[in-house]
Design a binder for this molecule. Structure first.
Ligand code: ZN
Length: 659
């Protein structure tokens, strides 16, 4: 591993915390050092208090901050002396420790200090860096790990056997560190957990970390344990059969979790090799590389598809390990978070795409740790009681709960057709805001610019080509795990013609897009909607033209009326599958691509109205926007309409032709 330190870059970080922020981010940028909130750093600074007296303040990473993006506000300032005194106590409960940490902060609005704050305090160096580096874990997590660590590092590190993080670990280090520290010490190895480096200078502390990690990497290379293998480069199939199988697996996982979960599947030659190993059963069924992964990955991945068996084993694990605890624990949901499958590769479950991708990153790194440990000797994770203690540690659970209550469509997946503009684009936004993952399809290349969130996948495709359409659907299903909601929004408004002069091509094109493409999408989606954990939902964007057709709009009105009947019949046919189908009839939505200023002015003129008057030409005198339609469309797939199917709702400001 190379040092990323750059003096010119470092100089851009000013103020007493500047160098601490800079080198923390350098550590955070290296996935093999820390991932997603793992690791922590600190600096001890002398500051004057209100009365002008100098005191030592430990600035330590606040809980919930990620090293890669940390800012000054992410460090909690805690008075050093009280922390040092705490380390002399025989015992300290988690609750009281957190209370003490918070009580000694000099800034009341700072985040809660890392649970490893006391450990940072007792190390007598200005800068302290802590990571969960993969290379080191490949060595510590083997039967002779401690001896190997001694062989690699000699007296340059202090070695601390595994103990639960928090006060007990700080206490053990407070005893062990002063006893074992020597003139050559630049770091501390926590067995099965991670690595500390330190120095009075920020660059030196950071580069000590890089040096220690490089030594571990070199050792693995010398032992011929560094290279991880890959398998063939075959493509993952994206067909009806595999999409349905994945959606089934997602349904089982969501049922075990008692809430809908996303299940993105991901397959690379590296992942396929790991899963295809003859000993995959043995090496994967032990535990995570470092204990704090467990709150996101659970102790074990599921190999294959037996979710019920997995959940049963999880219940047993909970009963077995929770018995001796004096507090009454509540079991977490027993659904797996990591699924290793020869067909789908690595699937990770989460209530949001961001969460599922964090689990993916953690497990990809874990595969490297496991395989290198196997090359070296034999992977040996911590035993279940130790892991259980971290999984059900109140302080770790608090991290997961910090997100608040889940949004309305948490863990659900929607497909929106015609999503690049107008009502479709607004529907994507409304769904993302409510926590859904969204597959957006459109013929326009702008589909790729609708959202940068990981919960959005834009696919360019021609709706008239049924093969392209099903391919896009299956691609979306593999990306997120299934399908819960279908928004049939794409449509065209062909040029006006009286029937006696209506060209076949205009009629046929209107039918092809407004009806045929929707039929195709409904048919292809049906088996997937049947597998939705909360019941499938279809929302069809119809038109005021269905109940109140307009002169010259035969091609459009007839096509929308056909689509309307299609939707009503789907409501009849699919109710036994627990799929709801509802229809929305908007009118006069002018903030869409079709309505240029020029067209609007022409129409307003024809009605002898101003553009503003023309836009509000309805009983309530209101203007209807894409946003209004999208919000209602999305709500019709939510709990308010849970008992409604086959309904047609106007959103037109009121029309005397319809009422
Ligand atoms: Zn740690």
């Amino acid at each position: 591993m190379l040092s990323r330190w750059n003096d010119a870059e470092a100089a851009k970080y000013s103020g007493p915390l500047g160098p601490r922020i800079y080198s923390s981010r350098l550590l955070g940028q290296e996935p093999s050092l820390v991932l997603h909130g793992g690791g922590n750093t600190s600096v001890k600074l002398l500051e004057k208090d209100l009365y002008g007296d100098e005191e030592s303040i430990l600035y330590v990473k606040g809980s919930g901050w990620d090293l890669e993006y940390i800012e000054a506000a992410g460090f909690a300032p805690v008075r050093l002396n009280p922390l040092l005194k705490l380390a002399t106590l025989e015992q300290l409960s988690d609750e009281r420790m957190v209370n003490e940490l918070r009580g000694h902060m000099t800034r009341a609005d700072a985040p809660t200090p890392s649970v490893e704050a006391i450990l940072h305090a007792i190390l007598p160096y200005r800068y302290v860096d802590h990571t969960h580096t993969s290379a080191l874990l490949s060595i510590t997590n083997t039967p002779n790990g401690a001896a190997r660590i001694r062989e690699i590092y000699g007296d340059s590190v202090v070695v601390i056997p595994y103990i639960m993080p928090g006060f007990d670990l700080a206490r053990l280090c407070a005893e062990g560190f002063p006893r074992d520290v020597g003139p050559n010490t630049i770091g501390m190895v926590l067995m099965n957990h991670g690595l500390f480096s330190f120095a009075d200078d920020p660059r030196e502390s950071y580069e000590n970390m890089i040096k220690l990690v490089s030594q571990a990497e070199d050792y693995l290379r010398q032992q011929d344990a560094w290279e991880v293998e890959i398998s063939d480069n075959r493509e993952q199939p994206h067909d009806r059969e595999s999409a349905t199988a994945l959606a089934k697996l997602r349904l089982a996982i969501s049922q075990a979790a008692k809430s809908p979960m996303l299940l993105p599947s991901y397959s690379t030659p590296r992942i396929r090799h790991f899963i295809a190993r003859k000993d995959s059963q043995q090496i994967s069924q032990q535990g995570p590389a470092t204990p704090d992964h467990i709150i996101r990955t659970k102790q074990l991945p599921l190999l294959g598809h037996d979710v019920a068996g997995y959940a049963e084993n999880y219940r047993r694990y909970f009963v077995q390990h929770s018995a001796p605890a004096d507090t009454k624990l509540e079991m977490l949901d027993p659904a797996p978070r990591v699924i290793l499958d020869p067909e789908f590769g690595l699937c990770t479950a989460g209530t949001s795409m961001a969460n599922a991708l964090i689990v993916r990153d953690l497990y990809e790194e874990t595969m490297n740790v496991i395989e290198r440990a196997e090359h070296l000797d034999k992977y040996q994770a911590l035993a279940s009681p130790e892991l259980f203690a971290v999984e059900y540690w109140e302080l770790e659970q608090a991290k997961l709960r910090s997100g608040g209550s889940p949004p309305q469509f948490s863990g659900e997946i929607a497909l929106v057709s015609g999503a690049a503009s107008g009502i479709g684009r607004a529907t994507v936004k409304a769904l993302l805001t409510r926590g859904a993952a969204v597959i957006g399809i459109d013929i326009a290349p702008e589909i790729h610019t609708v959202s940068k969130q990981s919960a959005f996948l834009g696919i360019q495709c021609d709706l008239r080509e049924s093969e392209q359409l099903s391919k896009a659907l299956y691609q979306g299903v593999h990306h997120f795990g299934g399908l819960d909601m279908l928004f049939l929004n794409a449509g065209i408004f062909p040029e006006s013609h009286a029937i006696h002069e209506l060209p076949d091509t205009v009629w046929q094109q209107s039918m092809a897009i407004n009806v045929d493409a929707n039929l195709s999408l409904l048919r292809t989606s049906h088996p997937l909607l049947c597998l939705s954990p909360s019941g499938g939902r279809v929302l069809i964007i119809g038109s005021k033209n269905v109940p109140a057709p307009g002169l010259g709009a035969a091609a459009y009105s007839a096509a929308k009326a056909a689509l309307n009947q299609l939707g009503r019949i789907a409501a009849l046919e699919w109710a036994p599958d627990n799929i709801r189908v509802n229809l929305l009839h908007p009118d006069a939505v002018f903030d869409t691509g079709i309505w240029t200023t020029e067209v609007l002015e022409k129409r307003a003129d024809a009605h002898q109205m101003s553009v503003a008057e023309y836009k509000r030409r309805n009983l309530l005198g209101v203007e209807i926007s894409s946003h209004d339609v999208a919000e209602l469309a999305v709500e019709m797939c939510g709990p308010l309409f849970a008992k409604t199917t086959g309904a047609q709702l106007p959103i037109d400001g009121g029309s005397d032709r319809i009422i």
